[in-house]
Design a binder for this molecule. Structure first.
Ligand code: THU
Length: 133
């Protein structure tokens, strides 16, 4: 898909800015949002390790700050040949803003991307529609 080229490019551009001095594992994430814009974010680590942010969380923050409301596609890039899949917490973060059939592309950039749906990554999930409103 041509969109994937643009998302890959955006994820790689922001990955180059990752602040990952502890793990040295730089990650980029790029979201296609419902407003037709691409929002990107990188991981931002901290000397107090658990305080670090994942790239997906940064990209979601950029989307919300930029006025996007929903994730229609998300591309994650990282080092190596193994697909860099979102961590468990980030799967739940994505769940808040994406339908279960949304495509998640996980790519260790020296290998082949893994294309999956959010539902495949997070089956039987809990989401906002479970709560009374
Ligand atoms: N990381 C992400 O930002 N996203 C992922 O999908 C996997 C892991 C970050 C967290 C930490 O800064 C580093 O990669 C090593 O786990």
């Amino acid at each position: 898909m041509p969109t994937d080229q643009a998302l890959f490019k955006a994820a790689e551009a922001v990955r180059a800015k990752a602040y990952a001095p502890y793990s040295k594992f730089a990650v980029g994430a790029a979201i296609m949002a419902d407003d037709g814009k691409i929002y990107a974010g990188c991981n931002i680590e901290n000397a107090a390790y658990p305080v670090g942010n994942c790239a997906e969380a940064s990209a979601i923050a950029a989307m919300i700050a930029g006025g996007g409301k929903r994730i229609t596609r998300i591309y994650v890039t990282g080092p190596g040949t193994t697909p860099v899949t979102p961590c468990g917490a980030c799967r739940q973060r994505i769940r808040e803003f994406a339908d279960l059939n949304v495509t998640v592309i996980s790519h260790g950039v020296e290998g082949e991307p893994l294309i999956s749906t959010l539902e495949q990554l997070l089956p039987y999930s809990f989401g906002p529609e479970f709560l009374p409103r």
